[in-house]
Design a protein around this ligand. Structure first.
Ligand SMILES: *Cc1c(COP(=O)(O)O)cnc(C)c1O
Length: 359
């Protein structure tokens, strides 16, 4: 730590991204990225003319992208905020509405970034434990006086709660902000975005990193009341007015307009996920069925730490969590059918070699 670093950051716990080792080629299934490329329409618009246009600043209002997203969900662009990934959108949300000591809550097992942000900015945060079957206990969030942050479906458990339950949380107290992070919503879940028309305390966040196959483009967005979006834009203009590159703006708009490709990719992922989950169950694995682009499972006879290490030795990266409640589990991104076959073959071979060792 340098002489200049602020004391308050001494106990900060930076977010730890999934590893990206470079020592060999890996099948990277540890960060819920995509095995499919972005829409061909994206590649079309990221052309020479757009690269040339980089000699000027990008549009700080990101009109084209906000309009395209608004059109898709039936909201005016005044109700759409865009940022450099959902993480930045969450960051702007927190910068705009939360200050040190403010009370927020989220589950004990969820997307790590919430706790990272809450510790960094010294929020008074509480983590409600998931139930024994790793579900969100909705009542906890209805009867608290804290602002709420929920990933729906949750990461890494993959479990979702219904729009009906979200409405129960949102409607309980209009003075309390509810942020719903819908990073995985497109994989067979209902978005709660329609509730934005009825309530002024709901912020719905989505990303292009999962269902639009573009984590490297860094595009996320929020849909909320025009007032909330206006507030966030004020903070953005005070912090980084040109937060989106020209390429992200035009590429993102092209991606969201290509509905056909979007649905095709999602269908593939869902199909392969279900097959993969079925196979795991047949092999005797414990599977928590998800509605996301990843699977969450545990092995009855090989500890998850060993599975994770052995898969890495065999060129496959998956995500393991040290958290005591889920350290038996692995989270694995759903790749192509061929990639998941490779995973199943390796899982079988690891189990066999462990049995052999045990005699
Ligand atoms: C992947 C993920 C994000 C990150 O989205 P970016 O747009 O890549 O920043 C946000 N929330 C959850 C729950 C995620 O799993």
């Amino acid at each position: 730590m340098s002489y200049f670093f602020l004391d308050e950051y001494e106990h900060m716990e930076p977010y730890v991204p999934g590893e990206m080792p470079k020592d060999r080629e890996y099948l990277k299934l540890n960060a819920n990225e995509s095995s499919y490329p972005p829409s061909p329409k994206v590649i079309e618009v990221m052309n020479k003319a757009e690269v040339k246009a980089m000699s000027h600043y990008s549009d700080p209002h990101c009109m084209e992208l906000r309009k395209a997203i608004g059109d898709e969900y039936g909201f005016p662009k005044e109700q759409v905020f865009v940022g450099n990934g959902a993480d930045e959108v969450l960051g702007f949300c927190m910068m705009s509405f939360f200050k040190p000591g403010m009370k927020v809550c989220f589950p004990d097992i969820t997307y790590d970034f919430y706790r990272t942000y809450a510790t960094t900015y010294r929020l008074d945060f509480h983590q409600f434990p998931l139930t024994d079957d790793l579900s969100v206990n909705v009542e906890d969030y209805i009867y608290t006086d804290r602002d709420v942050i929920l990933a729906n479906p949750n990461n890494p458990t993959g479990k979702a709660i219904s729009t009906y339950d979200i409405e129960r949380i949102v409607s309980q107290n209009p003075k309390r902000m509810v942020i719903i992070d819908e990073a995985y919503v497109d994989y067979g879940n209902e978005s709660c975005v329609e509730l934005v028309r009825k309530y002024n305390n709901l912020v719905v966040i989505q990303t292009f990193s999962k269902s639009r196959n573009m984590p490297g483009a860094r595009i996320g967005f929020a849909i909320s009341s025009a007032d909330i979006i206006n507030d966030m834009n004020k903070i953005k203009f005070a912090f980084n007015p040109f937060n989106m590159s020209t390429l992200a703006i035009v590429g993102g708009a092209a991606a969201i307009r290509d509905k056909e490709y979007f649905h095709k990719c999602i269908e593939k992922v869902e199909e392969v996920r279900e097959e993969f989950e079925d196979e795991l169950e047949e092999m005797g694995f414990g599977v928590i069925r998800t509605t996301t682009n990843f699977a969450f499972f545990h092995c009855p006879d090989v500890p998850a730490t060993i599975l994770c290490k052995e898969l890495k030795k065999r060129g496959i990266l998956v995500r393991h969590y040290n958290d005591e409640r889920i350290n038996d589990y692995l989270r694995i991104t759903i790749g192509t059918r061929e990639e998941m076959r490779r995973v199943l073959v390796q899982l079988n071979s690891i189990r066999e070699s462990v049995y052999d060792c045990a005699g």
